[in-house]
Design a protein around this ligand. Structure first.
Ligand code: C5P
Length: 410
């Protein structure tokens, strides 16, 4: 992707250097356009060395090239980090008083701004109004982080970490690209996300570490690509803004009811949720007490229904495509793929997305690495990258696998 990185003049400009390096490492071509004051914090040679491209701040620097138009037309994504109060004000007013603001007036690609400033400046009515104006025009303004600011101050206004800015910006770009495609238009899809909690008593539960991020990314990607989405979210704390059709659930029994209700009218069901295989046989309505001198009472477990296997067997709607996820670890009996392929054959889902899990892999991370297999365990696709990129790869595989997944007409 061709990324234009605008940098305005604040102490956080040093983080733009890290963001630049990160984006380059991910294989993107990055052209840095700093403001004059940004160069008082970080020198042009640093940006030029890391981007491999010339850095200029003024439209007069490269007149024959008409740089502001060429840069704007040539970019797939613009990130402004840090965006100072002054830069937000100039952009909101439509000023064209340097190369960065002039370029912002010529771009048609997604624009993401990551503001950084003191809390008082961020909360000032003028900045609030400028941010609202930019957002109303489609600019994605990231909320600043809270924490240590320059000097002794703390509060909202801190530039988010480069990894977070990169993730959000690339998600915004992917969202814009797939919104253009709209290749899932007319499809009704159900996605489950998160992890179930099986009550032990009114205050305790058996749960798991699933954050729900991969399922949410699937729901967002499907929505951007035009699908009608129901997201069944089990104990998800991640933001679900902009997603209509969210059903919140807690236990496996609740998840099963919600998924089956939505699946009755769905073309595709994707079971991303980490569902507990077992639940306590009974959950008393009052809290289990610790009795001094007595050891812990054993918890008897019973097996939960396998919702995915049921859906694959019953096909609640004719022609419905059923997709499962398998978070796997290798062991003495075989590697991740070996276990995943066996699971695909056992469960009978049309597609199974196999991902290795473990420390730093899969659960709660921003990236994922998957192999998608069919019901016979044959590999149909591999994908690696942000959870959004993996989500798009899953929907691509769904489209390829499903002559039956034609848009619903009833
Ligand atoms: O067997 P395992 O739990 O690894 O299978 C994972 C897949 O099966 C996921 O798609 C998950 O949502 C689904 N599953 C289910 N019901 C269960 C257990 C898992 O639908 N009781």
């Amino acid at each position: 992707m061709r990324i234009l990185l605008g940098v305005s003049g604040g102490v956080a400009a040093y983080k733009a250097v890290l963001l630049l390096r990160l984006l380059r490492e991910q294989g993107h071509a990055v052209r840095v356009v700093p403001t004059e004051s940004a160069l008082r914090f970080v020198g042009a040679p640093t940006f030029e060395a890391l981007s491999g491209e010339k850095v200029s701040t003024e439209v007069f620097d490269d007149v024959p090239q008409v740089a502001h138009v060429a840069l704007g037309q040539g970019a797939d994504l613009v990130i402004v980090a840090p965006a100072t109060a002054d830069l937000l004000a100039r952009a909101a007013a439509g000023r064209a008083d340097d190369l960065l603001t002039s370029t912002l007036l010529t771009v048609s690609c997604p624009v993401v701004m990551a503001p950084a400033m003191h809390t008082e400046m961020w909360q000032h009515a003028a900045t609030v109004a400028n941010v609202a104006t930019l957002r109303s025009r489609g600019v994605h303004v990231i909320e600043p982080a809270s924490g240590r600011l320059t000097g002794k101050d703390t509060g909202p206004g801190r530039l988010p970490e480069p990894e977070d800015i990169a993730r959000v910006a690339l998600e915004v770009a992917a969202g814009a690209a797939s919104a253009e495609a709209r290749d899932l238009a007319g499809l009704r899809v159900v996605v489950s996300a998160g992890g179930t909690r099986e009550p032990i008593d009114p205050v305790r539960f058996i749960g798991n570490r699933s954050s729900g991020r991969q399922g949410i990314a699937l729901a967002r990607a499907a929505k951007d690509r035009g699908a009608d989405v129901t997201l069944v979210a089990a104990n998800v704390t991640e933001p679900l803004d902009g997603l209509p059709g969210v059903v919140r659930v807690g236990s496996t029994a609740e998840l099963r009811d919600a998924v089956r209700a939505a699946a009755a009218a769905a073309d595709v069901v994707v079971m991303t949720a980490a569902v507990a295989d077992f639940r306590p046989a009974s959950a008393p309505t009052s809290k289990i007490k610790k009795v001094p001198g007595q050891g812990p009472a054993p918890i008897e477990l019973v097996e939960n229904p396998d919702i995915l296997a049921e859906l694959a067997r019953e096909r609640l709607r004719p022609g419905q495509l059923v997709v499962g996820f398998a978070a796997e670890t290798g062991d003495a009996a075989g590697d991740v793929l070996h276990h995943g392929r066996a699971k695909a054959r056992r469960k009978g889902a049309d597609l199974l997305v196999i991902n290795p899990v473990g420390p730093g892999l899969g659960f709660g991370t921003d990236t994922n690495e998957v192999t998608i297999v069919d019901a016979r365990g044959e590999t149909v696709a591999r994908a690696e990258g942000s959870k959004r990129e993996v989500a798009d790869a899953v929907w691509d595989a769904v489209l390829k696998a499903s002559p039956g997944a034609e848009p619903t007409t009833d």
